[in-house]
Design a protein around this ligand. Structure first.
Ligand SMILES: C=CC1=C(C)c2cc3[nH]c(cc4nc(cc5[nH]c(cc1n2)c(C)c5CCC(=O)O)C(CCC(=O)O)=C4C)c(C)c3C=C
Ligand code: FE2
Length: 518
């Protein structure tokens, strides 16, 4: 464990005054046995017994504490070895004035994928997406081909994508919905006495993350909470956005000094789980016999290698998320059969299984008649809910023998959900600028709160090569021959691809590799 990971930050012992001083004492965790931690408002003092593995609350003296506050303190101390004093402030008082100095400006950066707003945007949007090494990661030898390949694939895919976007109104609704979510989150934070500015940073289209960061600098934000709008962490989504942020932060003096924290995933939060269960419960009522309906969770897929080779926690988080939603439904007396499958695969490599389309056909064959689709990787309506699920999968289901099909809407600006996001932000504030949770066992989710750098170090740190979505081959006997043979092979592949696309014939069509995308 490195030194910074084994530290805890505590409130300096101070008189019981108001407001508290900022956290200033940093102690190696190993030295914190029976560390006394004073909280300097509300007349309270907490003593924490801590060792390398897990701190625990051993004593608490307070006046005027509610049951919830005591429980919160206990859970917090037992789960995290981080700034206790600040955590106490966040639950008891106005964070903007208590946890931080009055001149601190809090910002929340919502990260999302972005989508083309017009049909003309589709090809350049796809180029940005495929030029991202977290989406198509070529072997080192072929990295120089990332952009030409992105150009080729985006041109190849654009007609099919355009058709999809045309059928949902000529563009993606993602920007509008994310802007509305940002505004609702701002209001919810304000109502909870945490005035903050909320920014939207998209990965592949406007408003780009770079644009949001420029605004954050102009606004003089001093403490930033980074909140990817993906409930589950994946290298291909939150990971890619965080990698971009890391490179932006690294090159900018203002940003290097701006304190931040990241909420990497939040699929396990009670408010989110309850909001999902509410939507499912409501939609089940539209069926004649709700208890006979198969609940069909359809998650966005990722290539299998992300999970098996790069350590992407996405699959594990997804499965846990589905279990939590089903547990919540069970508490409400809803014990329907359910299943989880993965949609939207792209290219010929293996993705997470079972695939949504195969599963729909199988369910039909098994005699399932009522199916309720639940999109689970997204919190906004977009092409993959409005077109892929509502049109393509519905059609497939009806063809496969399903008689009644329903679909749960995406969360959008659902109040329980927005309020829970606001709580997630508030609970993360004490971690802004602090070290990440060092105790693996104490993590509440598979990916812990932390800084951009730490999160990237925890997952996919070596950025191992992943099988590209378009498979290329290598041969040769010496290092240099391998390099040049590889490059020649890649060029040959490119030429053949161009010929295939222009003539519509060739070996890839014969092998069923092209058309590349479904
Ligand atoms: C090529 C590989 C892709 C991976 C891996 C991938 C993962 C992934 N994506 C989302 C969420 C969204 N994807 C969206 C669009 C989109 N994604 C891909 C490819 C991969 N996604 C493509 C080619 C596209 C463009 C649309 C299309 O042509 O099909 C969107 C935006 C949709 C919109 O309305 O504009 C979202 C959102 C997740 C959650 C995920 C992995 C977990
Ligand atoms: Fe995608």
């Amino acid at each position: 464990m490195n030194q910074s990971m084994s530290m805890i930050r505590t409130q300096t012992p101070s008189p019981l005054s108001h407001p508290p001083p900022p956290p200033s004492l940093v102690l190696p965790q190993a030295m914190c046995t029976s560390q006394r931690i004073y909280c300097c408002f509300g007349q309270m003092e907490a003593r924490v017994n801590s060792n390398m593995s897990k701190p625990s609350l051993v004593a608490k003296f307070s006046s005027g504490w509610t049951e919830t506050q005591s429980l919160f303190l206990k859970q917090t101390v037992n789960n995290y070895s981080l700034p206790l004093g600040a955590l106490l402030t966040s639950k008891t008082q106005d964070v903007s004035t208590m946890a931080f100095n009055g001149d601190e400006k809090i910002g929340v950066l919502l990260l999302n994928l972005g989508g083309p707003e017009t049909l003309d945007d589709v090809q350049p949007f796809l180029f940005n997406l495929f030029a991202d090494p977290d989406i198509i990661r070529l072997p080192r030898l072929f990295r120089f081909l990332q952009k030409p390949l992105a150009q080729l694939i985006s041109v190849l895919r654009a007609p099919k994508s355009k058709e999809g976007y045309a059928s949902i109104g000529g563009g993606s609704p993602l920007r509008q919905i994310t802007d509305a979510q940002a505004e609702e989150l701002r209001k919810a934070l304000c109502e909870k006495n945490v005035p903050a500015k909320v920014y939207v940073g998209m990965r592949y289209w406007h408003p780009f993350t770079e644009e949001a960061i420029e605004q954050i600098k102009r606004d003089g934000i001093s403490k930033l909470v980074v909140l990817p709008l993906y409930p589950q962490f994946s290298i291909s989504t939150s990971g890619s956005s965080l990698r971009l942020l890391e490179s932006i932060f690294r090159e900018d003096e203002y940003l290097v000094n701006m304190q931040h924290t990241v909420i990497p995933s939040w699929y396990q939060r009670e408010g989110y789980i309850k909001a999902m269960a509410d939507l499912i419960e409501k939609e089940l009522r539209n069926f004649g016999n709700p208890d006979k309906v198969m609940i069909f969770f359809s998650a966005h897929g990722v290539p299998l290698a992300y999970v098996e080779e790069a350590g992407d926690p996405y699959k594990a988080e997804m499965e846990e998320c589905v279990d939590l939603i089903m547990e919540e439904l069970e508490k409400r007396g809803i014990t329907n059969a359910y299943t989880l499958a993965y949609q939207s695969r792209v290219g010929p490599v293996e993705w997470l299984k079972p695939y949504t389309d195969d599963t729909i056909i199988e369910l039909g064959q098994k005699g399932v008649k009522n199916l309720l689709a639940v999109p689970i990787s997204f919190v906004s309506e977009h092409i993959e809910t409005l077109e892929e699920i509502d049109v393509e999968y519905k059609e497939l289901a009806l063809k496969s023998g399903i008689e009644k099909w329903g679909r749960v809407p995406a969360l959008g600006c659902e109040p329980t959900f927005i309020s829970d996001l606001a709580d997630a932000v508030i609970e993360s504030l004490p971690y802004v600028g602090a070290m990440a949770v060092s105790n693996l066992e104490a993590r509440q989710s598979l990916v812990p709160l932390g800084s951009v750098e730490e999160l990237l170090a925890a997952y996919d740190s070596q950025r191992r090569e992943l099988p590209p979505l378009v498979t290329v081959w290598e041969w040769g006997w010496t290092k240099s021959a391998e390099t040049w043979n590889g490059r020649a092979a890649m060029l040959a592949v490119l030429v053949l691809l161009v010929l295939e696309v222009t003539t519509g014939e060739g070996f890839l069509h014969q092998w069923g590799v092209l058309p590349l995308f479904h």
